[in-house]
Unconditional design. Structure first.
Length: 217
């Protein structure tokens, strides 16, 4: 299993633990109010809380690791090359817009690049990210890479997407912290303040990663 796999597993286990603690407190409050649900109702409630916790924590931390932390580390750790776009890898993903309730297939094209490594060997790999306007054939790109990595690390980023990603993960961290602190005895104002601080911290870390990648490129 990769480090990302272990990291994701930790996030999921932590989310399930917090979800169970939230469920216990919520169930206790319902019992105190004289509202006792059945086994199926409690099981469904536990499932929903667990899904919510896994979702917000994954959006905050797994996405931060994938798009910011790992890219910054690879930028620091790996040798840098100039690569040429030589093709595209097509992948199909599910897409849904607000005007349509059904999912549709959407083709995504990841650029394939070629470069010569420090041993004089030509390498062809797929970039780790793409956008709605992928680089054209023959375009030169700055990357980092080393043997054993499945994809190359692109240094020329889509700044709109990554800045938007910073704020998205920050909002997710805010809600993750706000929901997690439900099990504490803190008043709502203190929970909100603590959640805002965590969101700003994650926002600062992710923006710092973007700045570091920009300076190294």
């Amino acid at each position: 299993m990769t480090f990302l796999g272990y990291f994701t597993a930790i996030i999921v286990i932590f989310s399930l633990y917090k979800g169970y603690k939230i469920f216990l407190k919520f169930a206790a409050n319902r019992n105190n109010a004289g509202k006792k649900g059945g086994f199926l109702e409690k099981g469904f409630l536990l499932l929903i809380i667990s899904i919510i916790m896994i979702s917000v924590n994954a959006m905050a931390f797994v996405l931060s690791y994938t798009f910011f932390w790992e890219k910054a580390y690879r930028t620091f750790d790996e040798p840098q090359y100039e690569a040429t776009v030589v093709g595209y890898k097509k992948e199909i993903t599910k897409f849904k817009n607000f005007s349509n309730s059904t999912y549709r297939d959407k083709a995504i094209f990841f650029p394939k690049v070629e470069y010569t490594d420090n041993n004089g060997k030509k390498v062809i790999k797929t970039l780790d990210i793409t956008s709605d306007n992928p680089p054209a054939m023959g375009q030169k790109l700055k990357i980092t890479d080393k043997a054993g990595k499945e994809n190359t690390n692109a240094l020329q980023l889509d700044w709109v997407m990554f800045v938007g990603g910073c704020f998205f993960t920050g909002f997710a961290a805010f809600f993750a912290a706000l929901i997690s602190t439900y099990t504490t005895s803190y008043p709502m104002k203190k929970r909100i303040n603590w959640s805002v601080r965590l969101a700003l911290l994650l926002l600062f870390i992710n923006i710092s990663c973007i700045v570091f990648i920009y300076l190294k490129s």
